[in-house]
Design a protein around this ligand. Sequence first.
Ligand code: SAM
Length: 230
Amino acid sequence: MLHHVRPVGILHSCFKEKFAIPRQPQLAPAARGVLELLPPFDTGEAVAGLEQVSHVWLLFLFHQALEDQPRLRVRPPRLGGNRMMGVFATRSTHRPNGIGQSVVKLDKVEPNRLLLSGIDLLDGTPILDIKPYVPYADALPDATNAMAAAPPPLVEVQWSAQGLAQAQREALRLGEPLVELIEQCLAQDPRPAYQTPEPERRYGTQFWDVQVRWHYPTPELIRVLEVVSD
Ligand code: SAM
């Protein structure tokens, strides 16, 4: 049967680059985005009733990780990046059909867009489908996964006085919980697992239109140095 897979929407996300996006949804509740529905799904008909739902599943395309050659084994960062696992044993972005899935919080339903939070998706991600989360079927308290038994350990995030003042100013301008977003994402410790950071080395990423720069005074501590808009 000939069947075309076409996006139903495009996500406008706080995350403008891959670095420092949490590895799964819900880890950064302040991570917000707007899912713009594309025609013919943008009239309100396709989302009628969705306001009764607190969370939705997003099925999407890892559009910045598409590859011609399928990988059978990948190196999950969770395991330090030095152990190979079967691709189907992981949630790696390198997948045969490039399809991702995330449960995210549905903050508001509008006819042509959904306001979302707790996302782990890059800006511009094509959304292939949206489904309501069904707690009685989807929440499995007895489920186990020995590779990812608990959320990743957090590192402490401290602010320089300048960095905090800048972040608060930019948060007001954007109307976004930017201080919380930075704290929640950096606490996940975005550096590659195998890297022991030198204290002088600077790291950076972009949230919304803001550049965030930090360093590691010690391996378990992040200090935010600067938060500046372009
Ligand atoms: N929850 C989803 C899943 O399990 O399918 C995604 C998990 S994947 C490990 C999360 C990572 O995907 C993020 O940290 C980010 O670096 C990356 N990512 C998010 N959106 C992407 C996109 N559109 N293209 C490529 N990589 C993306």
